[in-house]
Design a protein. Structure first.
Length: 177
């Protein structure tokens, strides 16, 4: 990555920036999402971030060009349906880059950083959910070694058909991220 971008761990003071990144990211879903779909609003996203950030083991990287936010990535320890921790499995919960920065390389940097954080925290594998219709994101993850697990989620707070991906194992793939 060039010195064009600064990437650092996010703090609670950055949650408004993260919510804004989500607003920007979800707006791009209009290209492929059903006409009846509506994205969560900024207040809903900010409230969810406030409730979860650092309380469920989440961590986050946020990227800037100068003082302009360009994207972020978040992860947390994975939990099963009964909210019990799944040993050695992390969950990538967000990787959003503002559209004007698509193709800049910052998504690669955020991905490598968040996967590196998973390895540093002792996770052996990772999972993520992404919308089935989000072809660009799915291709991005697949190029980085993520594989579909075959799991689908039709009933979720996003209101879109989601597909699950796995990155297993993490450590050998870190250098390729």
């Amino acid at each position: 990555m060039s010195s064009r971008f600064t990437v650092r761990p996010a703090t609670r003071a950055d949650l408004g920036i993260l919510a804004d990144n989500l607003v920007h990211g979800f707006s791009s879903y209009r290209r492929w999402a059903p006409v009846t779909w509506s994205a969560p609003n900024r207040l809903e996203m900010l409230t969810a971030l406030l409730q979860r950030f650092e309380r469920d083991g989440s961590w986050c990287l946020v990227a800037f060009e100068g003082s302009e936010p360009v994207g972020h990535a978040t992860a947390r320890p994975e939990r099963d349906a009964d909210e019990r921790l799944r040993a050695s499995v992390a969950r990538l919960t967000h990787l959003f880059v503002r559209e004007t920065y698509w193709g800049s390389g910052i998504a690669n940097t955020l991905h490598a950083g968040i996967v590196g954080g998973m390895v540093q925290r002792g996770f052996a594998s990772a999972r993520l959910w992404t919308p089935e219709g989000q072809a660009r994101a799915r291709a991005f993850y697949e190029r980085r070694g993520w594989k579909p697990t075959g799991a689908h989620d039709s009933v979720n707070e996003l209101g879109l058909e989601l597909v699950e991906y796995a990155l297993d194992p993490l450590a050998p793939l870190l250098g390729d991220a």
